[in-house]
Design a protein around this ligand. Sequence first.
Ligand code: SAM
Length: 258
Amino acid sequence: MKFPTHFSAKPSHYNKEAVHYDTFNEKNSTHINQFLEKIFKKHRVKTILDLTCGTGAQVLWLAKLGYKIIGSDINNRMLKLAKDKARKENLDIKFIKGDMRTTQAGQFDAVITIFNAVGHLTKSDFEKAIKNIHMNLNHKGIYVFDIFNLRYFLKDDNITKLTIDWQKKSENTTVREIQYSTINEEGILTSYDIYHEQEGANKPKISKAFQTLQIYSAEQLNQMLQKNGFEVLRQCGIDGLNLIETTTDRIVTIAKKK
Ligand SMILES: C[S@@+](CC[C@H](N)C(=O)[O-])C[C@H]1O[C@@H](n2cnc3c(N)ncnc32)[C@H](O)[C@@H]1O
């Protein structure tokens, strides 16, 4: 089987998905957000930079808890949705458009990139992002991120657990997303999507898309972070439970600037 080549995502990557993003993803953020809360309390974090804020799943949650937070993202549409939600909720959050490989927004107690966001980069671009994150952190600041666990998804038929068939109805429109994924030994996870969008009794609009993500084992992440000025404090699941290489699907890594 021929696998697509993985490139770092273009700024426009989420243009199409942005409009449906919250419909399918908003509720999935609760566990990771609750875990972030615990991590930040433990590490006495007060200021946070979210370099891949998307539609605001983490920035809104954390701003409501009183953290001083900046949201940044490379995609205009995702960023606009986040800004609109913050305005509606009267939250004082600064947003900037930027690339996690290059954005310099100041010096923070913590930097986050949540929900497989670094998987949108190639390995060498992720190293650039790690170096950049280092520069955005205070002395001993922490970097917290998650990414799918390569070991888990290479095992047995675990990759099939990513298969989704979601349907949501809002007012007069029904949206259905069907997705299946494949993976290779290099950690390139390819997902194929079909979207059905039907307004009333009209003929459904059908569109297709695919995307690749670079995913990692805990050991690979550890090595990349150590090489680029970080000490890895902990790697675990998004529920905060200890990492088990063959059963944890998403690895949360907490790394401290050395
Ligand atoms: C899966 S979404 C996650 C968004 C949000 N953190 C959440 O949990 O819903 C990944 C986000 O990363 C952003 N992204 C991808 N490549 C980026 C880059 N090089 N710099 C900054 N943002 C990037 C995308 O635009 C998208 O909003």
